[in-house]
Design a protein around this ligand. Structure first.
Ligand SMILES: Nc1nc2c(ncn2[C@@H]2O[C@H](COP(=O)(O)OP(=O)(O)OP(=O)(O)O)[C@@H](O)[C@H]2O)c(=O)[nH]1
Ligand SMILES: [Mg+2]
Length: 134
């Protein structure tokens, strides 16, 4: 799962709102998501949120940070590649963990179960009867 939090470089209110979105997301996320902080409209010169402010907030939340521009196409592909990569890796780690714990569980269950297999018979019945009788 991935969650992308966005704000506009020219809208300080949208930047301040990120905190609220993060709080909302924490309430509803069922698993640990891959999280991204994305600034939009990075081409605008009259910006009110600096690159450093965005970068610092992302670091504080442990998110990856991208400044993008839909107008100029800046970092759009990079963002989607990063999301795809992180989600695939997270799925792989989760799947591997699940398989490992399944294997460990079945191994520990096998140890708890009494030995069901009959011990191999080394000597035929007629031989034991004759030799061990009386
Ligand atoms: N300069 C610039 N303008 C953009 C960009 N993306 C969208 N806009 C403009 O922003 C206005 C709103 O467009 P939307 O498609 O709603 O884009 P948005 O990212 O949701 O932006 P807001 O609605 O303004 O928060 C339009 O006038 C778009 O042309 C961008 O990357 N750079
Ligand atoms: Mg819009």
């Amino acid at each position: 799962m991935a969650i992308v939090f966005t704000y506009s470089c020219n809208d300080s209110d949208s930047f301040k709102n990120v905190e609220n979105w993060v709080a909302q997301a924490r309430k509803i996320a069922v698993q640990k998501p891959c999280t991204f902080l994305v600034a939009t409209k990075s081409d605008i010169l009259q910006r009110t949120v600096s690159y450093e402010e965005g970068e610092n907030l992302a670091a504080a939340y442990g998110m990856k940070f991208f400044e993008t521009s839909a107008k100029e196409g800046t970092n759009v592909n990079e963002l989607f590649m990063s999301i795809t990569e992180d989600v695939l890796n997270a799925n792989l780690i989760e799947e591997t963990g699940r398989r490992l714990s399944e294997r460990q569980l079945s191994e520990s269950q096998r140890k708890l179960e009494p030995e069901k297999k009959k011990a191999p018979q080394l000597l035929p019945n007629w031989f034991t009867k004759i030799c061990c009788a009386g």
